[in-house]
Ligand binder design. Sequence first.
Ligand SMILES: [Zn+2]
Length: 413
Amino acid sequence: VASLDSTASPDVRRQNLSLALAAALWHGPLSQASIATLTGLAPNTVSRLVTDLKARNLLTELGQEARDGVGRRGTLVGVAGQSVGGLGLEVSTDRLAVSLVDLTGGIAFERQRRVNNRSRSVSRTLDDLARLGRQALDWAEAAGMRLAGVTVAAPGLVDEPGHLVFAPNLGWADVHLVAEISERLGNDRGLSIQADNEANLAAVAEYWHGPGRDWGDYVLVSGEVGVGAGIVIDGRLFRANCGFGGEFGHLPVVPDGPPCPCGSRGCLERVSGLPAILAAAGLDADPGQRDAAIKLLTAAAGSGDAAAIAALDQAGRWLGTALSSIINLLAPQTITLGGVFGPLADWLAPAIWSEIEERAFVARFYRPQLVVSELGAVGAVRGAGWTSLRRVCEDPTLVPVDRSTGLSRASSA
Ligand SMILES: [Zn+2]
C-alpha cells in the first residue's frame, strides 16, 4: 500500500480515495468498472484505490456482478458495514440521546433517555450525556468498530468551533460543548469532536440516509418545544454566517405576540411550538413528555374535539405564514415537516397550504412539495452520527490501514 499511486500527490490520492468511496457509498454494490465510469478515473487507478480502501476496511467484496453477454464478470464492492462508526450525541429540552451509526446507514447502537433538561444544571446534563456516549464507545470497542468522530447536537446557536453560544429553550449560554464532552468522555483516544445545531443535523440526516436526495433543495422544519429548520441547497447544508442560519422558529409572525426567551416577541415557535398548541387546545399535558402529549393531542383532534382542531389549524396558519417567507426567499422544491410536526401533519397541512397559496406568490409558478420526515425524532442524533463519518468520506486516509489484529481507531490528524 505504501507504493500506492506513488506518482500522485497525497492530496490527489486522498481526493481519489474519497471519490471511489463516495461512488460505492451512493451507488454500491458495484464493479470497479462502474466506479471508473462514475468517477472518470482510469481503471488501473480505480483498482489501486479499491485495494487501498479494502485494506482500510472501508470497502468489502460483495459477490459477483450478473453476467451480461460477453466479457468477464467483475467483483462487486460496497462499503463495509460496522468497520467504522460515527457517534452522535444529542442534548434536547426533553431528552438525551446517543446513536452509533455506520457507513451503510446501519444503526449499531442507539439509546435515549427522557429527562427534562430545562430544570437541570448544564454540568449534570452533560455528565449524563457523556455517560450515554461512553456506553456507545464501549460497545464499539467490544465490536472492533473504529470511531471516526463524535458530533454533539444541541438546540441553539452553535458556532463552527463547537461552542454553544445560546440555547433559549434550555436557558444555556456560552457552553463549550466540544471541550466539555471531550473532558467527560476521557478523550485519551484522540477522537475528533464537533457540535452543531440539531435542526441542521436532522436536515442532513434526511440527505444521507433518508429520501432527501430526491427532494431537490429543501427546508426541514422541526417542531419540538422550540421550532428550528435546516436548509439544504445543492446537497449541502446552508450554514450562513458562523453557522447561525436556520433559526426559523424565531421568525417574527405576530407583531405584538408573546415574549420569547430569545429576547424578541411573537416568534413563530411561541405560537406554533408544542407548548403553544397544547395550551390553545386546552389540554393538560406536559410538552416535555413529548410522545404522551402528541398522543393526547392526536386523539382529541381525531375524535373531533373542536378546541384541539382549532389549535392545530391556528398553528398551521402561523407555520404557513412563516413558510411563505421561506418560499418567496429561497423557492425550495420541498418543505419537510419533522419532529412533532410529522405526526400532526394531517391537521397542520391544510392550514399551511392555505397560507402558502395566499401569501407565497412564488409558489404559484412552481410546485413546492410538502412531505413528512421519515426519521422523525431520531433524525438529529443520527444526523450527528453520520456527520461524524463524513470526515472519513472526505479523507479515507484518516482510517489507518489494518495491519494489526487489535483495535485501532481513526486518526484525528
Ligand atoms: Zn424568539
